[in-house]
Design a protein around this ligand. Sequence first.
Ligand SMILES: *Cc1c(COP(=O)(O)O)cnc(C)c1O
Length: 496
Amino acid sequence: MSLFAVSPNVEIEQMDTDPFADVERVLDRAAALAATYLKTLPDRPVAQPVTPAEMIAALAEPLPERGADPAGLVDEWFARAERGIVATSGPRFLGWMIGGSTPAALAGDWLTAALDQNTGGWSASPAGVQTETVVVDWLKELFGIPSSWAGVLTNGATMSNLVGLAAGRQWVAAQLGFDAARDGLGGRPAIPVVSSTEIHASTIKSLGTLGIGRDSVQLVPAHEGRIDLAALAHTLDTIDGPVIVVANAGDVNTGAFDDIEAMAAICRRHPGAAWLHVDGAFGLFAAVSPRSQHLIRGIEQADSVGSDAHKWLNVPYDSGFAFVRDHHALESAFTVTAAYIHADDADHWNPVLQSRSPELSRKARGLPIWCALKSLGRTGVQDLVERCLGYAQEIGEWIDAHPTLELSAPVHLNIACFRYRPHGLDESQSDAFNSAAAAALQADGRVFVTGTEWQGRQTIRIAFDNWATRPRDLRILEEAILDIGQKLLDDPRFSE
Ligand SMILES: *Cc1c(COP(=O)(O)O)cnc(C)c1O
């Protein structure tokens, strides 16, 4: 009798075939489809008009009863879903802050999926965990973060900010005499948080997730996107004990930076002590160029920093990283204990013993970043960042020089914010014109930019962080901006 009895329902022959015999046939189809998509990406419409009803109909299907040939599935899905695929990784997607993926990072991501390593603990993948340690060290060096800080890879800046704030929560609670992660927050003094009105929505979300509370953050005014330092100092004066302060580097609307160095000094003077967290989702990349380094001055005086790899580093979704000065505050926030988790006294980081994020099982996010940083090198990252700075500067100057357009804010980094200035419209008509223009530019498909509200007015944002954007894309952008402006002027809504 065999030790492993095969169920009588399973045909022995079928079990005996090589389970991976088909792998090339299946994967080659995906690789071919991906290559065709990426090669045509620069010339695809960025977004295509599709109604929710059309998208729902395209994918509607009951749970399949029987299996299908795996090789054709990606092609079938692509054909059905195509109209709803937005070319966010392409060179003229300039909305929000998205970023594409370089072929090197993409190859790393594919292999990550193929190897399917779980980097939740050292024993499950020494290679995956050590790769994460190496890339975290590289990233610290790249951005001027002290090498002694702890770091961890996350699924994006929301989670990176959550990681930094969780460590801050742990530190504040310790000052107040309790362990927030162990004891919970119930019945304890509130944990005060101060930031500016430009705080990112995801950080507010993280404060909610952490039990600190979305509404608990005190918002200090900002001028042109930068926190009012006197108002910050004044607010801290009204708080007796320890406090978390969040700096925005840069703000998502205009790319403006808080003065981190001055904020760190104000934090140091606070008698109750303060934890300074910096949201550097894309702004941390200012550190890699002498042209923008001054914006992030003082970063090494912060206590924690959150950032993204899937934006400006052009690594595929989802990928981010966080750095925290105080290892104990970080690791006590995410302690995991279970009977099957055993300590070893090793001289390497083991995520299961020194947990630094909310995840347990996690993919080997280090590999795509490893490939990205190996393929670019420090000079390649600097070059990528500087190209984007140059594009934002250039389009800003073009807008400034154009009689029917105006810059809504100075170009601080990689974002240009502008408004159309149609003649003869009052403020509210002009706001309606600008939000209609943002929508029309998206529907047009040549470029993708996003509308926002800045200082009470409807504004259009152009954000550069894609490695593949070229000067010709700027010409197409300029053309589209002028065409859409002209079309709207002829629209009965805006012409008398
Ligand atoms: C994008 C962004 C975030 C959130 O990052 P995700 O990667 O979307 O989770 C937070 N802060 C700023 C300033 C951002 O630009």
